[in-house]
Design a protein around this ligand. Structure first.
Ligand SMILES: Cc1cc2nc3c(=O)[nH]c(=O)nc-3n(C[C@H](O)[C@H](O)[C@H](O)COP(=O)(O)OP(=O)(O)OC[C@H]3O[C@@H](n4cnc5c(N)ncnc54)[C@H](O)[C@@H]3O)c2cc1C
Length: 480
């Protein structure tokens, strides 16, 4: 089947067998009788995954009138890492109609702060307030417990009209001769299985990269092979006043540390470390994490009364990107397509942004199949541009040059404000920001030239670290 011969929009499609679908969810025993599986579930769009990207796609497509089936293998509320949102998340939440609900579960985040040590040894905290960004739409964001946030979005997808089911794993997808996915097989929590017939597939399976893995599209970034250790703690000293909600991002010799204040006096604390450093660990993961955190004086000072209140997790933090974002009848969104180092807390925003754009693309492609390829390449170009903008900064974040520039930010030509806009996620639609970020890159290059010997030593250290691997993943051991 080619795109041109796709049937017209929803009205003419066979109806979803809602009764069968309801029986699947409500009465597992009915599934054992096999009658239910025989009736495949029909939908316009199958969304794999009930994380922020999947739910954003499901809401956006259901609102446009499409019959959306969203399948999530876990049960909400489920733990997830990635708790700090960016200001540019907020317009998306507003469009999805859930901003008030997120505000109710979130901690107000006015700024990102970066503790550093000046050349004369003086400690300093460089605070970048989001309300100083260039033309900010929102001058703040929220920190959220992901189990609450993801559950809220998943529920909103159901409210928007999507058939959102949890505890259902997508096992396989079948394509027609043109590579267009037409059918999927899914398994309920009780082990029973059913077929799904769809016209479009949105892969929002996160770092499982359902399609990326099966179509062998996933490309690891050999330059970014770090891993993260983290947990939740109580009794951590917060910043004063309104800044109590800041995210703290602190570099140290072997990587960087985050401190994210959450509700109920909880602080998410983690260290992203080079694999070379992780290989030195000769104690259990908790002791290693605590020892690492204590080596950084300002972190140690805030953690004196710390009480751990969750397991310590380790996860490979490998960056990757798939070689293709979309093809006939399918697209990937969020982490399913790409994952970059989380130092600027960009993951949830990029996931939700890509899901909104994907929903527009899918809507257009289903209505006018002849435009599918053009819509996909426009979407791909745009999202890759934003990813590149973040990546350029992220991959230089721990260099001495970037440390120098962050220690002495200059707002000449509003460059510091443009950097704050980037930290807020404003990298897609604001040419004033993009122009100034180009200028920042030039300044970076000039500084790099003047600091060449030191930069060379740092580069050599990083290069040596790349050859080491990381084992001991507690979140996704089966897919390093
Ligand atoms: C150490 C670390 C720190 C981070 N910190 C931040 C941060 O502070 N801020 C930020 O914005 N981002 C952060 N991130 C990134 C963030 O976690 C992700 O970018 C974000 O969760 C991506 O959302 P998603 O919806 O694409 O994927 P996910 O949130 O991973 O959701 C994917 C869902 O798909 C489901 N699924 C997978 N396979 C199947 C299947 N076959 N069938 C059915 N369901 C399936 C999974 O169960 C999962 O619920 C961090 C990441 C790491 C590793």
């Amino acid at each position: 089947m080619t795109a041109e011969t796709e049937p017209p929009p929803p009205a003419t499609l066979p109806p979803v067998d809602r009764d069968a679908a309801d029986r699947d969810a409500a009465d597992p025993a009915a599934l054992d009788s096999v009658a239910v599986e025989c009736a495949a579930v029909d939908c316009d769009v199958l969304v794999i995954g009930g994380g922020p990207a999947g739910s954003t796609a499901a809401i956006s497509l259901a609102r446009r009138g499409w019959r959306v089936l969203q399948l999530e293998k876990a049960h909400h509320p489920r733990f997830h890492i990635g708790e700090s949102l960016l200001p540019m998340n907020l317009p998306i939440l507003q469009r999805l109609g859930v901003l008030d609900r997120v505000a109710a579960i979130g901690v107000y985040k006015p700024a990102a702060d970066f503790p550093l040590t000046l050349a004369d040894g003086t400690p300093k905290v460089q605070v970048f307030r989001f309300d100083r960004a260039l033309n900010p739409q929102f001058g703040y964001a929220y920190q959220v417990k992901r189990e609450e946030y993801d559950q809220l979005l998943f529920k909103a997808a159901g409210e928007a009209g999507a058939d959102s089911r949890e505890g259902v794993t997508v096992l396989s997808v079948e394509n027609d001769a043109g590579g267009r996915p037409t059918r999927a097989r899914a398994r309920n929590a009780d082990g029973s299985e059913f077929d799904v017939r769809m016209r479009y597939l949105v892969d929002a399976s996160g770092r499982d990269t359902f399609l990326g893995a099966r179509r062998k599209l996933k490309r690891k970034n050999p330059k970014h092979q770090s891993a993260a250790l983290f947990s939740h703690f109580r009794g951590i000293v917060r910043r004063d006043g309104e800044e109590a909600g800041n995210i703290t991002v602190e570099r140290f010799d072997h990587g960087w540390i985050w401190m994210i204040p959450l509700r109920d006096d909880v602080m998410s604390i983690g260290a992203v470390c080079s694999p070379q450093y992780l290989k030195q660990r000769d104690e259990d993961t908790e002791s290693f994490l605590l020892r690492t955190l204590r080596t950084v004086p300002s972190v140690e000072a805030r953690m004196r009364q710390a009480e751990r209140m969750a397991p310590v997790h380790a996860t490979g933090n490998y960056s990757y990107i798939c070689s293709q974002m979309a093809g006939p009848g399918w697209t990937m969104v969020g982490d399913a397509y790409a994952f970059i180092d989380p130092v600027f807390s960009s993951g949830v925003y990029l996931g939700m942004h890509s899901a909104e754009r994907a929903a527009m693309m899918v809507d257009g492609a289903l209505r006018e199949p002849a435009r599918e390829a053009a819509l996909q390449s426009e979407m791909t170009r745009r999202l890759n541009r934003g990813l590149k903008e973040f990546s350029w900064f992220i991959y230089r974040f721990t260099t001495p040059v970037m440390q120098r520039l962050f220690a002495r930010p200059s707002n000449k030509f509003q460059i510091e404000q443009a950097v704050i806009s980037l930290l807020a996620g404003d990298v897609f639609d604001n040419p004033a920001v993009v122009r100034r970020l180009r200028l920042f890159r030039l300044i970076y290059a000039l500084n790099a030239a003047s600091m060449a010997p030191r930069a060379l030593r740092a580069w050599w250290r990083t290069r040596r670290g790349r050859s080491a691997g990381f084992s001991g993943d507690t979140l996704q051991a089966e897919r390093p």
